[in-house]
Unconditional design. Structure first.
Length: 327
């Protein structure tokens, strides 16, 4: 009996075992490393100790000479069966649509505390409109892009934000003079390239803001599809992470770089320099800004604020906490 025949013959029997949700042909994993050895792979909702399983529910180490590999895959469900994160939520958990009344929409990261008071955490550009908001401005859930209105959907008021320093032309007269000479020479030579003098600027550590809920009962100290937070952790290269965001829902990734410095387009033709960031692979889309980056065991690692088609960038949570003076 070849391997495919073994799989076909024993699939129904295996699926009758407690916790088993998937059976297929693959390769054996040992300690997270692919051995390359052909195996009958059995997916279970949750891996349990053998002592907690009845004898008939235990997957044997091999079947008809074909080694087995039991992996935890959770509950398998239709991907379009995820919760609607753009609707009105009361109480509102992390991972749903939110925004300053004059912006489109971002993501409610999570509840944080300052002096024991519960507050909503997200980005400056989500809750404070890239420095243009006023303390006390209405915060909508869902955000305006998702149909939220000040009259019906105000969840909170802007409480505080860390200003984003924008890159701008240099006020230095010497630098301007050098640039003017360079541009004059460029014109003489028929070149179209022009120089601009930029001010020296210390990079931003964070893009963050907090809002005070109008009613404590209108917010929930959980994150959609994640549940609660179990602490904090510094990002490290190779760390497995996840996020729960308004647009792309629950996604998983891996920290690719730390100590990242990046020029970020913050809208209206403006650029801002960010330093000491962490970067993951593609695990976000527009509207996911404000999502909390979590470790696999639900510890806060970062605050997602920017990205591209191939990369996601987040502030370190430790910097967010320090800059906002959180408990």
């Amino acid at each position: 009996m070849n391997t495919e025949e073994v799989v076909k013959k024993f699939t129904a029997e295996l699926l009758r075992k407690k916790n088993v949700v998937m059976v297929g042909l693959g390769t054996k994993q040992v300690g997270g490393i692919d051995t390359g050895k052909v195996a009958l792979v059995v997916g279970v909702k949750q891996k349990l100790p053998l002592s907690e399983l009845a004898a008939e529910d235990i997957v044997p180490p091999q079947i008809k000479g074909l080694v087995t590999d039991v992996i935890e895959v959770g509950e398998i469900k239709l991907l379009n069966d995820s919760p609607d994160r753009t609707k009105r939520w009361r109480p509102a958990p992390g991972g749903v649509s939110i925004g300053h009344y004059q912006v489109t929409a971002g993501t409610l990261g999570c509840l944080v505390y300052k002096n024991g008071e519960p507050l909503i955490l997200s980005n400056n550009h989500v809750l404070a409109n890239v420095n243009e908001a006023q303390i006390g401005d209405p915060i909508l859930q869902p955000g305006a892009y998702d149909g939220g209105t000040v009259e019906e959907d105000e969840l909170a008021k802007l409480y505080n934000f860390v200003e984003i320093k924008i890159l701008g032309p240099s006020p230095c007269s010497v630098a301007k003079a050098i640039v003017n000479i360079g541009n004059f020479l460029a014109r003489l030579l028929g070149r179209e390239t022009r120089l601009i003098a930029f001010a020296g600027l210390e990079g931003n550590l964070v893009d963050c803001a907090i809002a005070k809920p109008n009613k404590d009962g209108d917010v929930d100290n959980t994150i959609l599809e994640v549940d609660g937070i179990s602490g904090e952790l510094e990002p490290e290269v190779g760390m497995r992470v996840k996020k729960s965001g308004r647009t792309s829902g629950l996604t998983h990734g891996q920290v690719k770089q730390v100590g990242v410095t990046a020029n970020v387009n913050v809208g209206k033709g403006r650029m801002a320099l960010f330093t000491d960031q962490c970067a993951m692979g593609a695990m976000s889309q527009p509207g996911d800004s404000g999502s909390i980056i979590l470790s696999e065991d639900n510890k806060c690692v970062g605050l997602l604020f920017a990205g591209s088609d191939t990369i996601t960038i987040a502030n370190k949570y430790s910097n967010v906490k320090a800059k906002l003076g959180l408990d």
